[in-house]
Design a protein around this ligand. Sequence first.
Ligand code: C2E
Ligand code: MG
Ligand code: MG
Ligand code: MG
Length: 277
Amino acid sequence: RAKASGKNRYDFYTQDMTDQAFERILMVGAMRNAIEHEQFVVHYQPQIDVRDNSIIGAEALIRWQDPQLGTIEPGRFIPLAEKTGMIQVIDRWVLDTVCRNISEWQQAGYNVPRISVNISTRHFGSNTLAGEVADILKRNDCASEMIELEITEGVIMNNPNNAGNELEQLRKMGIRLAIDDFGTGYSSLSYLKKLPLDRLKIDHSFITDIPEDNNDQAISRAIIAMANSLGLEVIAEGMESEEQRQFLIDEKCFYAQGFLFSKGVPEHSFLSMLKQH
Ligand code: C2E
Ligand code: MG
Ligand code: MG
Ligand code: MG
């Protein structure tokens, strides 16, 4: 590519950009179609108390089931959805599905724990999120205490003045707020005392190499200590081994989600887990 020169190089890059733009248009169309034709599904990954394996919550994770391509992981379409604005439609659809499921499960007699829903940073800044969330809860007859929204530090970085405002509105409604992928962002920590947060989620990249990696141990230990002393709940992502479970217990991080207990599973499997508990 670097060797191409003159007109050829120009053509090459324009062609490249056109392909990209074309692919985006195709993907946006495909995502719209996927919503209409119910190709998106929500899987639920249990969040557990590491001391006794009791289920204390679950995270809703979107999956795209294309009839030809099979299951498409969120890593392959969420970033594009964020660039094109489709993410607003997708996140609203996920929240709506989760709220509907919660009230159906409750009516069927299940003891339903709180469900965490990922919300892209793209929703913040226009001051419409709290109203949308209120509408969705009401429509599905779902109590606000049943929902936690996961946001990333990007919300604060992109929008330092207004973020607090929008988060306050959600918190006042009784929605819980968690910082996802904690420790991977670039914002200062001062927001932790200003914003109405309930929980930090330690990013799985700090958990993966425990116990071998001493630096990751030190970082995780520091996040847990900080959360505990700020009065925030803390939960570890990506717990895959017994050693990691023991580490978390020793360091007083009592909540986790990860393949050691379960990956994200379809609704019916999640319900049978709830029944067993
Ligand atoms: P996330 O919110 O940090 O979600 C956790 C991801 O880690 C999930 O990947 C989950 O399957 C995976 N995971 C959980 N336990 C383990 C483990 O023990 N080991 C390993 N290796 N991985 C584990 P997934 O479902 O592929 O989602 C990836 C990301 O896509 C999510 O990261 C989130 O940022 C985004 N995403 C998923 N669903 C939604 C959604 O409905 N809306 C938005 N805006 N983003 C979503
Ligand atoms: Mg998440
Ligand atoms: Mg995460
Ligand atoms: Mg994430």
